[in-house]
Ligand binder design. Structure first.
Ligand code: HEC
Length: 144
């Protein structure tokens, strides 16, 4: 009798552990962001063309007025976030410390520009654009 209830207990504990596992599994790793080794697919000149297009679009939105384009800051923020993402990706293209530093600077400066655009802060947007332009130049002076 004691043996039987022991066996029953073992089965019961086993079953409950199993259901904990199942619950953890169901809501588990597949729901988490993937941890993958990142490798850019675009050749550097293509990424650069895209950076130039987004930066030109930003400069055009800076130069226009709210009357001409009431959504210019909103559109500018989208462009700037994508430029930031391109800088983010470009960090993975080379291992030189200064390359990675300049690519990261594009990421951070474009993010600052995007946030300034969301606040419709024209002066801060202009200042960030100037920084970005200097960073593009610094890297080109060394690597282009
Ligand atoms: C971390 C370094 C780095 C940064 C930062 C950088 N560039 Fe470049 N860029 C390069 C290199 C290297 C090339 C030459 C690529 C080649 O020809 O293989 C290049 C080339 C270019 C080209 C010519 C592409 C072509 O068709 O051959 C353009 C346009 C360009 N960059 C725009 C920009 C703009 C705009 C920025 C800033 C928003 C920027 N780049 C920031 C490294 C950088």
């Amino acid at each position: 009798m004691v043996r039987r209830s022991m066996a029953f207990l073992v089965v019961l504990v086993g079953a409950s552990l199993c259901s904990v596992c199942l619950v953890a599994w169901a809501g588990g790793p597949d729901d988490e962001p993937a941890v993958l080794k990142f490798k850019p697919v675009a050749p550097i000149p293509s990424l650069m063309q895209a950076q130039a297009e987004h930066f030109t679009a930003i400069m055009d939105y800076i130069a226009t007025t709210d009357e001409k384009d009431p959504k210019r800051f909103e559109k500018m923020a989208h462009q700037a976030y994508i430029l930031a993402e391109l800088g983010n990706v470009n960090q993975f293209n080379k291992s030189y410390a200064n390359w990675r530093g300049w690519a990261k600077a594009i990421r951070d400066e474009a993010k600052i520009l995007a946030e300034a655009a969301q606040k419709k802060n024209q002066a801060a947007v202009r200042a960030a654009a100037k920084q970005i332009n200097n960073t593009c130049k610094s890297c080109h002076d060394e690597y282009q």
